[in-house]
Design a protein around this ligand. Structure first.
Ligand SMILES: [Zn+2]
Length: 140
């Protein structure tokens, strides 16, 4: 199994941070071995219905206006993002809006370093799965 870490030296890491501030490497759909998702920004037909039809990913701001993250939008934080943020805060202890504000203020590189530290499994060092609340790599 490959690493779930975001790479600081690889410009492709932006492909694994969704417009909403989600770190794809923590996602169960990304980490699972079978039918795994390559990441929000990577087009792939094997993605789940809910990912392909995500209203944030399909928002006109990204499709037509060439924006990269929700914080670049004049409606930030919009109702959709607030709902997502609330769901993730409550269920998974992850904060999309806070992530986005951090990226805006400190840049993607710092965010990536922080994320890899914050979510590292204490046993094997891989990023834990935010949806399961545990490490899928070593089952801790
Ligand atoms: Zn582990």
């Amino acid at each position: 199994m490959g690493t779930n870490k975001l790479s600081i030296n690889n410009s492709n890491s932006i492909l694994l941070i969704a417009p909403c501030g989600m770190n794809c490497t923590l996602c169960y759909a990304y980490q699972r071995i079978k039918n795994n998702c390559p990441g929000c920004r990577i087009d792939d037909e094997c993605k789940s219905f809910s990912c392909v039809n995500c209203k944030i990913k399909n928002c006109a701001s990204f499709r037509d206006e060439n924006k990269s993250f929700c914080y670049e939008c004049e409606s930030f934080p919009c109702k959709r993002l607030k709902q997502l943020d609330k769901r993730y805060r409550t269920k998974y202890n992850m904060r999309m809006i806070e992530n986005l504000e951090y990226i805006k203020k400190n840049g993607l590189k710092k965010f990536i370093i922080n994320e890899n530290k914050r979510w590292a499994c204490r046993i094997c060092g891989e990023n834990i799965c935010v949806h399961k609340g545990s490490c899928l790599n070593c089952c801790n």
